[in-house]
Design a protein around this ligand. Structure first.
Ligand code: SAM
Ligand code: DTB
Ligand code: SF4
Length: 333
């Protein structure tokens, strides 16, 4: 009786787990082209070498400055270039930020991410932001902010304030970038990421799928991330949230299985990073999310709002975790 003998094929051979920074387009295109089961098998195998497969890290988001952004990102409801009817709000007072952080902590979040709709902060914005970072840390949460491009001095100030993570996404491949954003360059993004690294902070950097990009562009995004001098510790994979009034409001729907493939390839290429199932979860069924966790996602944005758009209710995520036997991770340090 050999019924239990493992049946493996050449497609099931798992890539070397060593952290690589020399991925080529051909190699990554080939990962995307694998049969779905072969890809998920590789991703789950790599995942288990680095992480407890039943543990998910949870971060909550808050928009601390909303709307009227001078950049023209085609996906973004907060760009001043698009009429999305979003109410513009100035920098949120410290106490409101801390109330939201307390709430996130009481729901089980371990990291609190504060986002501002800026091309870059003004120097005068750094002190109130530093106070928010200090206050959120004092509650026992990890801190993350996303404020746009940074100068050397601003980066230094964030580090001094005790910031744990800076989020700054590559968003898509270098080739497709100009179709989505014209007011800054891909190189601008790389420059800020380098500053954050040099200052000794953790990097949170990912992108968006479902913007009309090709599979080669999805591969290109992941190559841009994995071939950075160090892999980002946190890799948010967002599925486009289509917002009325943005140029991408009517973008063709992405096959959810291609979203799962993107998560799996990210897991294989950046085996020791947290891959976050980010925007777009409200449009994914529980079963699709389960496939994403099987593909190696091990982090989510948690709480009923992302920055300006909806996210599943915390209670619903708790139920999903219970159905899947997943646990929320504790603090990373
Ligand atoms: N302004 C800063 C910046 O662009 O870096 C920080 C805030 S910005 C809203 C943060 C990220 O949100 C973007 O890089 C993008 O990946 C994501 N994002 C914005 N709108 C989105 C949408 N409609 N769907 C999915 N992700 C979105
Ligand atoms: C990231 O990659 N996704 C988050 C966070 N980093 C800042 C933002 C998603 C925003 C989705 C659209 C909105 O709610 O405005
Ligand atoms: Fe501004 Fe960031 Fe939105 Fe682009 S993604 S328009 S930079 S808030």
């Amino acid at each position: 009786m050999h019924a239990e003998a493992a049946v493996t094929t050449k497609e099931d051979r798992v890539s070397d787990p060593v952290l690589r920074h020399d991925w080529t387009q051909g190699e990554v295109d080939a990962l995307f082209a694998l049969p779905f089961n072969a890809l998920l098998y590789q991703a789950q195998t790599v995942h288990r070498r680095h992480f407890d497969p039943n543990e998910v890290q949870v971060s909550s988001l808050l928009s601390i400055k909303t709307g009227a952004c001078s950049e023209d990102c085609a996906y973004c409801p907060q760009s001043a270039h698009h009429d999305t009817g979003l109410k513009r709000e100035s920098l949120m007072p410290l106490e409101e930020v801390l109330d939201a952080a307390r709430q996130a902590k009481s729901e089980g979040a371990t990291r609190f991410c504060m986002g501002a709709a800026w091309r870059n902060p003004r120097d005068a914005d750094l002190e109130p932001i530093a106070a928010m970072i200090g206050g959120v840390k004092a509650l026992g949460l990890e801190t993350c902010v996303t404020l746009g491009m940074l100068s050397d001095e601003q980066t230094r100030r964030l580090k001094e304030a005790g910031l744990d993570y800076y989020n700054h996404n590559l968003d898509t491949s270098e080739e497709f970038y100009g179709e989505i954003i014209t007011t800054r360059t891909y190189q601008d993004r790389l420059d800020t990421l380098q500053r954050v690294r040099d200052a000794g902070m953790h990097v949170c950097c990912g992108g968006i799928v479902g913007m009309g990009e090709s599979a080669a562009d999805r591969a290109g995004l992941l190559i841009g991330l994995a071939n950075l001098p160090r892999h980002p510790e946190s890799v948010p994979i967002n599925m486009l949230v289509k917002v009325e009034g943005t140029p991408l409001a009517d973008a063709a729907a992405l096959d959810p299985l291609d979203f799962v493939r993107t998560v799996a390839v990210a897991r294989i290429m950046m085996p020791a990073s947290r891959v976050r199932l980010s925007a777009g979860r409200s449009d994914l069924s529980d079963e699709m999310q389960a496939l994403c966790f099987l593909a190696g996602a091990n982090s989510i944005f948690y709480g009923e709002k992302l920055l300006t758009t909806g996210n599943p209710e915390a209670q619903r995520d708790k139920q999903l975790f219970a159905r899947l036997g997943l646990r929320m991770a504790g603090l990373g340090y």
